[in-house]
Design a protein around this ligand. Structure first.
Ligand code: SF4
Length: 394
């Protein structure tokens, strides 16, 4: 690939899920994201998992947005639930759900009335368990995190006006020239045009996305300028934690196969930095780097976890490299083995036209490239020693 101007990933932001696709199987990424191969969706017989997930996301975001509005009016940055108000919260949740579910058939395919009624009942019955779980999560006042943002977006399309997560990419000599340096503005920079080659070309790859929930742990939530001691990002999942247990493993994170939570946490850290600059918070960065968390919030696990008094959160327990700070490095230096280092490696391979098939991560039946894939014809990357994993559902 030599015409850099015609390469979409150079000129357009990438989402964390696009990064995961690139890391999982570059040839599939080429077909789906660059060539835009797409197959018609199979017709659904009932409310699809995607639409059901959308309903849950809207419901929970609406509830917490209202709580956050009330908190902001009271001068607080986060929404702290009060167990004494449980009946009021539950009534409001049920009202929101009633309205959303009544509107759903006009917006999404919900299938025959019998199946739809069953889906509605399941959602309505799960509301109280979710609320109990939320109250349980914030019952330890010292350690509790509280929502500060919901449906938090970063990047050019951010409704929060939060900039993208920028990854500096230095193009190697055969693409952009030798001795490349980052431009301070992050824009492509060409030097020594008169003696071309070499041409130095560097650019910043913007990552953008939207995370379900950004929570903060504050020492003094009622203070005018509270102290942040930890950050937590949550990604709601309809399924069970068993479906995502691989996604929190160190080797999967460092291979960029589960890029969402790390990129979201990086965006959340940038957001906290901006709050600190605006003097809206004070930040104990030592604690923040040690105690911050990223987790999948597995909604189907809630009933069983509540019985065992355990949270239904599948958290990343060990970050690749020495610590979280090193893994998310990238402001001044990019540590070897860090998130940005992995992104840079994958993007450079792509720019050099390296789009191998990667059968260990094969999505086979759902991959749009399966009919033109060289899967059978070339050695698998696993033959060269790379490992793979089974991909989990949502
Ligand atoms: S069929 Fe599998 S190996 Fe082939 S491109 Fe698609 S995901 Fe990759």
């Amino acid at each position: 690939m030599t015409e850099l101007g015609s390469c979409p990933p150079i000129s357009q932001p990438l989402s964390p899920s696009a990064l995961e696709a690139l890391a999982a199987c570059p040839f599939c990424f080429l077909a789906e994201k660059l060539w835009h191969y797409k197959e018609a969706d199979e017709p659904e017989e009932e409310l699809s998992a995607l639409d059901k997930g959308g309903l849950w996301h809207t419901l929970l975001a609406t509830f917490y947005r209202e709580q956050l509005d009330a908190a902001r009016k009271a001068g607080r940055l986060v929404a702290c639930l009060d167990a004494g108000q449980k009946a009021r919260y539950l009534a409001r949740l049920r009202d929101i759900a009633k309205q959303l579910l009544a509107d759903a058939p006009a917006r999404v395919f919900v299938g025959p009335p019998g199946l739809w009624n069953l889906q509605r009942e399941q959602i309505e019955a799960a509301l109280e368990a979710w609320l109990n779980h939320e109250l349980f999560l914030c019952s330890d006042k010292e350690k509790a995190f509280h929502p500060a943002e919901v449906e938090f977006s970063f990047g050019a399309r951010s409704s929060h006006r939060v900039p993208p997560v920028n990854v500096p990419i230095v193009l190697p000599g055969e693409i952009g020239g030798h001795d490349s340096q980052f431009s301070p503005s992050g824009r492509p920079r060409m030097t020594e045009l008169g003696s071309c080659p070499p041409i130095s070309l560097t650019y910043v790859l913007p990552l953008e996305g939207r995370l379900d929930r950004l929570d903060l742990r504050l020492d003094d939530p009622d203070s005018a300028q509270p102290l942040v001691t930890a950050v937590r990002v949550l990604d709601y999942k309809l399924g069970r934690s068993a479906n995502h247990k691989d996604d929190v493993k160190e080797e999967v994170l460092s291979a960029l196969l589960a890029a969402q939570l790390p990129v979201y946490l990086k965006a959340a850290m940038e957001f906290v930095k901006a709050l600190e600059t605006q003097k809206r918070v004070r930040v104990d960065w030592g604690k923040v780097w040690q105690e911050s968390q990223a987790a999948y919030y597995c909604l189907r696990d809630i009933p069983s976890r509540l019985r065992g008094k355990k949270p239904a959160l599948l958290a990343i327990l060990k970050w690749p490299g020495p610590d979280l700070r090193a893994f998310l490095s990238g402001d001044d230096t990019i540590a070897a083995g860090s998130l940005f280092d992995a992104v840079r490696t994958k993007v450079l391979e792509m720019l050099q036209g390296h789009f191998p098939v990667h059968p260990p991560e094969c999505r086979s039946t759902s991959c749009a490239a399966r009919f033109v894939c060289r899967y059978q014809a070339v050695p698998a990357e696993s033959d060269t020693g790379e490992g793979g994993r089974k991909r989990g559902g949502s």
